[in-house]
Design a protein around this ligand. Structure first.
Ligand SMILES: [Zn+2]
Length: 56
């Protein structure tokens, strides 16, 4: 069974190994703002994630 946290998509985006449409929009100490990784019917959906892995 696949595990969404292993490998961790959020960490891959933070490292730059995975690029979402639009890429990383902003970085602030401890946080990264990026477009949602999976296809979405809502345009402009962004995700604020921590730079450090947080177990899901
Ligand atoms: Zn992670």
């Amino acid at each position: 069974m696949s595990n969404i946290n292993d490998p961790c998509l959020g960490c891959a985006i933070v490292r730059g190994d995975t690029r979402t449409t639009g890429g990383v929009l902003a970085r602030a100490p401890g946080f990264v703002l990026h477009a949602v990784a999976s296809p979405s019917p809502v345009s402009g959906w962004v995700v604020l994630t921590s730079e450090q892995h947080v177990r899901g």
